[in-house]
Design a protein around this ligand. Structure first.
Ligand code: C6P
Length: 413
């Protein structure tokens, strides 16, 4: 497939693929800067979903009729596309979930409950999303394992010195976010993996925010598990991926019991299906999995390089313009950062800023972004977060910065 080079990157052409962007909100052209919460969907994803329900809807892996075969084929084609997208060894290492949250819970329960015992240690960082904290807290309650926290520095990077101090032979799992949703920080995953593996710990990567911005290569990363969500990478909601290395997945117990995950069931005992089906109990979200393939195709067509270059330009323009605003207080300014700007304006509550921006058609997220420990770290209630995607423009950022200036002026009168 031919990808778009930097010179041929045409943001207006890309925007035209996203019907939702072409609308007025509260009388203004919509400016959608809430991409870290969920991205918009290109027409090819929407069309694939419609096509599935108009032509192929059927249950999978269990029918001999034509529609069942078509649905099964398309569902499994997405699995292959995901395996290629993340450079997995094989499609069987790709488990479909309903999102990152489910993937992380699956590892905690199906791996953690089987292999961890009292006194073992699990390490996460202070910048984790709640979905990479709470499943481990539950596991600690169930097993007596202990949760350890890698602190973050003032600019929002992992304190790698502290990590080196914390890691030891009791560490059994390191579960770490690739890109922080509230700070934008890109973490040095390969380094963490090497250190964790040297003490025999498994590494789980929360790739929710990385999947839309970063080339995900499980071989380069070396991680044992990687979880991400389709809806943050231009795909449908309700679908996620848990990648796991074959030998690890095979040793794990099932996560849920039901149809599809078994080989034989009797009251004398049940045998389980092979991976990945062992972890996909019940009828999955077939239509959305099928449409997810188109989101992958969309990203591959643009190419990670062009995508990255464009988003980094937006980040640079946004950072420069916002820094000129009086009272601007960035939260998270790591050297290696994705296109997310989290900030506060002195004397104005983030929620108020969010409301006034919405009145001008600008969608941002405000609050703690499901990372309350980050807010505690900086002793703030929340932030305003503007997160940029491939279809955002420099002009939108200029409009956003002007709108902020005007809103602040009104507040300070
Ligand atoms: N962050 C945000 O606005 P789900 O909901 O399962 O698709 O993803 C959970 C999740 C896990 N890890 C990270 C780093 C995330 O950013 C998210 C979702 C959204 O930042 C909703 S809180």
């Amino acid at each position: 497939m031919e990808t778009i080079t930097d010179q041929h990157f045409d943001v207006q052409k890309i925007r035209a693929e996203f019907p939702v962007l072409d609308q007025k909100v509260n009388g203004h052209d919509l400016i959608y800067f809430d991409n870290a919460a969920t991205s918009q969907k290109p027409k090819q994803v929407i069309d694939a979903l419609t096509k599935y329900y108009e032509h192929n809807n059927s249950n999978i892996h269990r029918g001999v009729h034509t529609l069942a075969e078509r649905a099964t084929h398309d569902y499994e084609e997405t699995r292959k596309a995901v395996a290629t997208f993340i450079n997995a060894n094989e499609a069987e290492e790709v488990v479909f979930t309903k999102g990152t949250t489910e993937g992380l819970n699956l590892v905690a329960q199906a791996y953690g409950r089987k292999f961890l015992k009292a006194g073992d240690e699990i390490m996460v960082s202070e910048m984790e999303h709640h979905s990479n904290i709470v499943p481990w807290q539950l596991l600690c309650q169930q097993t007596g394992a202990v949760l350890k926290k890698i602190p973050i520095t003032e600019n929002g990077e992992l304190d790698m010195g502290a990590f080196d101090q914390l890691i030891n032979e009791r560490t059994k799992i390191v579960s770490i976010v690739y890109i922080s949703n509230s700070l934008g920080t890109i973490n040095p995953i390969s380094t963490i993996v090497k250190k964790a593996h040297s003490v025999g710990a498994k590494v789980v990567v929360d790739g929710a925010q990385a999947a839309p911005h970063q080339k995900l290569d499980v071989k380069t990363l070396g991680c044992d598990f990687l979880a991400f969500s389709a809806h943050k990478m231009y795909g449908p909601t309700g679908v996620g991926v848990l990648y796991g290395k074959r030998d690890v997945l095979e040793k794990m117990d099932p996560y849920q019991g039901g149809g599809e995950m078994i080989k034989e069931v009797s009251f004398d005992g049940t045998t389980y299906n092979d991976i990945p089906y062992k972890f996909e109990a019940g009828t999955p979200n077939i239509g959305d999995v099928v449409a997810f393939k188109e989101a992958i195709e969309f990203i591959q067509r643009i190419g990670h390089e062009a995508l990255h270059t464009h988003e980094q330009k937006l980040l640079q323009v946004g950072s420069e313009l916002l820094h000129k605003i009086e009272g601007f207080e960035p939260v998270g300014y790591a050297g290696d950062k994705a296109s997310v700007i989290s900030f506060n304006i002195e004397g104005v509550h983030p929620f108020d800023l969010g409301m006034f921006l919405d009145a001008r058609g600008i969608a941002v997220r405000t609050g703690h972004h499901c990372t309350q420990p980050v807010m505690d770290r900086y002793q703030i209630d929340g932030t305003v977060r503007a997160s940029f995607a491939v279809y955002n423009t420099k002009n939108e950022i200029e409009v956003f910065a002007d709108a902020l200036q005007e809103i602040i002026k009104k507040f300070k009168k």
